[in-house]
Design a protein around this ligand. Structure first.
Ligand code: BGC
Length: 491
């Protein structure tokens, strides 16, 4: 095994045991390496040392040192405070009006809708004493025309899907409460209403910004004579937090690391300025940070590289959700393309990959092979992307793997800055962090890197990352059940 491969393999050791934070943090800090050095990606080792040096220099702005990450954390903390106090901030810090988490008494049958990616899901879920006893799911594809066309068409389609689902299940005569997981930034007025602020990811429908999406859905369902009431409107991070807290009551943060990225956490109610409901009895409330937009006001410009500028310029929503473009699965493959193209222009890589050939799945694949000390599948993917006539060597594959590693390392660091800042704010003896999303699930080492970086950035705040399954479905039904429980209590 080469030194580079050995170092990469060490990087992918099985994650440390469940409890991280203080214990492992101090072990990490008491080692021989300086705190700063723990943030460095594995170096690029090529026989041609001059080429390796030139490549490292070319992408050096993508490598963030500990001091820079502390600076990002300071800016994040400042933006959090400003957002909570309704002062100008790039962070929405949205009050979700979810004031409590599952306590095991959740009961009932619910419909849940999950909108956020290219597939839309309709679910039927039955809860008995907090346990999920029945689940039926159907997926519907959302075409480009619907994602980019008039908003009314999209919502009529969603209602058609609900009707199709109900009919297919023979439940036409039933009455339903519905949880709508709408994974876009919203201005919420209550647990069951909220206006779309802006589209993100691959959606850009006309005419819906400023519209109450729960009310619009309700209207479309009524027009089809469906006896369905939209009881809760929530973000996928909220669903993930609620589903995670159902499995472990110590969970207090929900994170999505998928096509997009975002987090929510339980904040003390008195620190939240924006309330449109009485809240005297509320102790903690779930706040949706919407960290994908972090820095859109320019406060993070010191991080931005020419590669990020290029990815942003080619994106559907330019100059919007720029932080998400450093982390989200929609973009990691594009950053890889952008960096390899720059290296090709500088004659440090054989050819530029053709646009859209390299996806985030390739970043994961290159990382996986890098860890295993292999290059064959990396080379095959590069041939597809650059053209079969391009001559590619094992060294070229190592370069592409290194770039994928640097991009992954930066993404893991930035999401870790956000989570560690929330841990410090919450200042609890221990916090479970529920995480869902395709990047978290499929990238071979992101979970371990996050574990390491959060520990380094918040060494006195014990935590554990817990993969959460289906926050958008199960979490939505659980949140609807929580809302029903609160309504009964307050009636
Ligand atoms: C949206 C968030 C969502 C995240 C993950 C972002 O683009 O703005 O609301 O939580 O994607 O799906």
């Amino acid at each position: 095994m080469s030194a580079a491969v050995a170092a990469a393999a060490a990087e992918t050791r099985p994650p440390p045991p469940a409890l991280n934070g203080a214990l492992n943090g101090h072990a990490l800090l008491n080692g021989d390496r300086r705190w700063e050095d723990h943030f460095l990606p594995t170096p690029l080792r090529l026989d041609d040392k001059i080429r390796a040096q030139k490549i490292e220099a070319r992408i050096s702005k993508m490598v963030l040192c500990g001091a820079t990450l502390r600076r990002v954390a300071d800016v994040f903390e400042h933006e959090i405070e400003a957002g909570l106090q309704e002062r100008p901030s790039s962070l929405q810090m949205e009050n979700t009006y979810v004031p409590e988490l599952p306590d095991g008494t959740e009961e009932g049958s619910f419909l849940a809708l999950d909108l956020g990616g290219t597939n839309f899901r309709v679910l039927f879920l039955e809860l008995r004493s907090g346990q999920l006893v029945q689940e039926k799911v159907k997926q519907y594809h959302i075409s480009d025309a619907l994602r980019l066309g008039p908003g009314d068409d999209l919502f009529n389609f969603l209602a058609d899907c609900v009707q199709d689902f109900i009919c297919a299940e023979g439940m036409e005569n039933d009455t339903f409460s519905l949880g709508f997981t709408f994974s876009f930034p919203m201005k919420q007025h209550s647990i069951s209403s909220g206006e779309l602020i802006t589209w993100t990811k691959s959606f850009k429908c006309g005419g819906l910004e400023g519209v109450d999406v729960a009310a619009l859905l309700q209207q479309c369902l009524r027009a089809r004579n469906l006896d369905v009431t939209v009881r809760v409107l929530l973000n996928d991070t909220t669903g993930t937090l609620v589903a995670g807290a159902h499995a472990d009551p110590a969970v207090g943060i929900g994170v999505i690391l998928g096509t997009g990225s975002n987090g929510c956490y339980m904040e003390r109610a008195e620190r939240v300025q924006h309330w449109e409901r009485p809240h005297q009895t509320v102790h903690d409330v779930c706040v949706d940070v919407e960290w994908g937009a972090f820095g859109d006001n320019g406060c993070l410009n010191f991080l931005r590289t020419e590669f990020d500028d290029e990815v942003d310029a080619r994106s559907l929503l330019v100059a919007s959700f720029t932080f998400e473009k450093y982390i989200g699965g929609k973009y990691l493959g594009e950053i890889l393309t952008s960096v390899l193209s720059a290296l090709a222009r500088d004659k440090l890589f054989p050819a530029a990959p053709r646009p859209s050939f390299l996806q985030t799945a390739h970043v994961s694949l290159f990382e996986e092979e890098n860890c295993a000390g292999e290059v064959s599948r990396t080379l095959a993917a590069l041939h597809d992307a650059c053209g079969a006539d391009v001559t590619l060597s094992s060294a070229d594959a190592l370069v592409a793997q290194h770039v994928a590693h640097v991009i992954s390392n930066r993404a893991a660091q930035l999401v870790s800055v956000c989570i560690s800042t929330l841990l410090r704010r919450m200042d609890r003896p221990y916090v479970g962090v529920a995480v869902d999303g395709s990047v978290y699930k499929h990238h071979p080492r992101i979970a371990h890197l996050m574990d390491k970086y959060i520990t380094l950035l918040a060494p006195d705040h014990p935590f554990s990352l817990r993969g959460a399954e289906d926050g958008s479905g199960k979490g939505s039904a659980l949140t609807a059940a929580i809302a029903a429980r609160i309504a009964v209590r307050e009636s």
